[in-house]
Structures are given as structure tokens and as C-alpha cells.
Write a protein that binds this ligand. Structure first.
Ligand code: 13P
Ligand code: SF4
Length: 319
């Protein structure tokens, strides 16, 4: 506990000395989320993180999240120094969508508008017409569908199918998935709902269709948090990374939040839905990063020049 306190103080001091701002995702350690807010940074979903990083005047941003979030910040602000607590913090969607294979997929379907999820490498974004996050993907595809466009979507197949079903758009899907959300189980969720008949179900759209079908609200991390705040219910079953419970319990103390069941839930783990890459962000490596300036994110200039087009298109659309 004392060690934690020491790290917290050290990080605050270093952020101040370096005029650096901390941007954290809802899935990272609760102490890091608290520090981000206490020191003038933010805790947010991936769309808000991108906006905040672009608009904040600080010369150094420390991005506590996964690699694509750091890369997006760098592409939007090439003159800023972007640091991350662990450069190996990746994402199964990013890893499952190599840029060369994705480019070949796009080349085979030149008649389609390419929309990629934020959880991809800069090189994949460089091949895309649009980027989308979970909070805005539905609106972007609906807009493109209304313009008569056929879509090539990658990499998350569950989010892609959900959007396809909601909009009726013609979508060709890359078959990627999130290793955390893919584990939520529909039959167990159904049983849990019977145990809590008044509970509302909040689901991140990276979850399988059978889980999404049981949701009262489907949305990004911010949208899930907002639904928990505003909905007229006292109990919620939540299907997303357990990191979100920190903010939920902090901001909505009177309500009860229950983890949606995963395959191993109860049997092999009490609390299974945790992204191993988000969990790589710790107070210790955050302090070390600030001390040494070592984990800096770089994106090759040519790639960044191409990738920024689809990112800015999304930011302009969402403005
Ligand atoms: P959000 O855009 O909802 O923050 O999602 C990011 C993510 O990685 C979810 O797994
Ligand atoms: Fe990627 Fe899933 Fe982790 Fe989000 S939770 S960063 S989608 S692996």
C-alpha cells in the first residue's frame, strides 16, 4: 500500500516536471485512472482518447492503454512526444489483422469502401477510407450505406455483424475477434438474468451476437458507463472488461454491477474478463516510463500521412 502511494506521488511529480498529461482507458488499473483525472488528464473510450490527445496542448502525452491508442495519438499529433507504460501492450484484433494480408483483402474488393476499427495498426489504417470506434461505427456505416456504398469492414467480426444487422448495409467482414469479449457466454448470461429479473444488461459490441441479442444497451465503454448512470434500474449485468467497474462504482455508488459470465467464470476464475494487454499498464512501469522517457511511440512518416486521412474523417464526422 505504501509502495503504491510512493508510486502515485512519484508519477504526479514527474508529470508536472515534464508538463506531461496522462490519458487512460477505462480498462486500465483503477489507480492509473484516478491519477489521470487528478492530474488534468482524462479517462475515456478510444474515440474520446483520440480527441483529447489531439486537442490537449501538452507537449508530452502518456497513453495508458494499448498500442493502437498510442499510435493514433502520434498520428494526430506528430510533434508531441507520446509515451506508453509498455510498448508490448497490443490487442488481439490488431494482431489478427496483418497489414499485408488486409491490403490483399482490400485489393480483391476494389468496389468496397474500407472501414477499419480503431483497434488496428497504423499500417492497416493507412489502407482504409474510414476509421471507426465502437461508439461511432454504427453511424458511420449507416451514413455510407445511405450513400449507396458497399463496405469492407475489419477486423472485428462481431462488431461488424452487429452493425450489418442494425443498418442492413452490404458488408464484407474480416474475421477477427477480441479475445476478452469473445468469451462471454449467452446461455450462462440467460441464467444470470433469471436470477436478477430487474437487472439491465449492458454489452460491448465486440461480444458474440448471442450475447448482444440479450442486451438492453449495446455500446462503447463510455456509452455503457453513461447508460448505467442514466437508466432507471439499480442492478446491471455488464459484458465488457472488468476495468470498467472501477469508474462505475466510483461514479454510481448506489447501484449494483455484476460481471457477465465467461467460459471459465466461477470454475477457473472469479473475474475473467480482463484484457491481458490493458493489464500491462501498472503504476510501476508508468513511473519508469516517465523517469526514463524510454517507451516512446513512433509511426513512420509515410504510413502516418496515409493513416491520418481515415482518422480525421471519423473525427470530423463525429464532431
Ligand atoms: P472503446 O472504444 O469502447 O473504448 O473500446 C476499446 C476496446 O478496446 C474495447 O475492447
Ligand atoms: Fe483488444 Fe479486446 Fe483488449 Fe480491447 S479488450 S484492447 S479489443 S484485446
Amino acid at each position: 500500500r505504501q509502495e503504491k502511494q510512493e508510486y502515485r506521488e512519484k508519477i504526479k511529480k514527474l508529470l508536472k516536471e515534464k508538463n506531461a498529461v496522462l490519458v487512460a482507458h477505462y480498462y486500465v488499473d483503477g489507480d492509473i485512472q484516478d491519477l489521470a483525472e487528478e492530474t488534468g488528464g482524462c479517462v475515456a473510450d478510444s474515440l474520446e482518447m483520440a480527441r483529447f490527445g489531439r486537442d490537449n496542448p501538452a507537449k508530452t502525452l502518456v497513453v495508458a492503454g494499448v498500442r493502437f491508442m498510442g499510435e493514433t495519438a502520434k498520428i494526430l499529433s506528430p510533434d508531441k512526444k507520446i509515451l506508453m507504460p509498455d510498448l508490448d501492450a497490443c490487442c488481439s484484433l490488431d494482431l489478427g489483422c496483418p497489414a499485408d494480408e488486409f491490403a490483399a483483402f482490400c485489393d480483391a474488393h476494389p468496389d468496397r469502401t474500407v472501414v477499419v476499427y480503431a483497434n488496428t495498426s497504423a499500417a492497416v489504417k493507412a489502407r482504409a477510407d474510414w476509421m471507426a470506434t465502437s461508439s461511432i461505427g454504427l453511424e458511420i456505416v449507416r451514413h455510407l450505406h445511405e450513400e449507396g456504398k458497399k463496405i469492407l469492414w475489419g477486423p472485428d467480426r462481431h462488431l461488424g455483424s452487429y452493425i450489418q444487422e442494425q443498418t442492413g448495409a452490404d458488408m464484407l467482414l474480416w474475421q477477427g475477434s477480441c479475445l476478452v469479449h469473445d468469451e462471454f457466454k449467452a446461455a450462462e448470461l440467460y441464467l444470470l438474468k433469471q436470477e436478477h429479473p430487474g437487472a439491465k444488461v449492458l454489452v460491448h459490441p465486440e461480444s458474440p451476437a448471442s450475447v448482444v441479442a440479450q442486451a438492453d444497451v449495446v455500446g462503447s465503454t463510455s456509452q455503457i458507463l453513461n447508460a448505467a448512470k442514466t437508466m432507471d434500474a439499480t442492478t446491471f449485468i455488464v459484458a465488457t472488461d472488468k476495468g470498467i467497474f472501477h469508474k462505475m462504482q466510483q461514479q454510481i455508488p448506489g447501484k449494483t454491477f455484476i460481471e457477465a459470465p465467461t467460459a471459465g467464470h466461477g470454475a477457473t476464475c472469479k473475474s475473467c474478463a480482463q484484457c491481458p494487454w490493458m493489464a500491462m499498464n501498472s503504476l510501476e512501469n508508468l513511473a519508469r516510463t516517465l523517469e526514463t522517457d524510454k517507451n516512446e511511440i513512433f509511426v513512420d512518416g509515410e504510413t502516418a500521412k496515409k493513416a491520418i486521412v481515415c482518422i480525421e474523417r471519423m473525427l470530423d464526422f463525429s464532431a
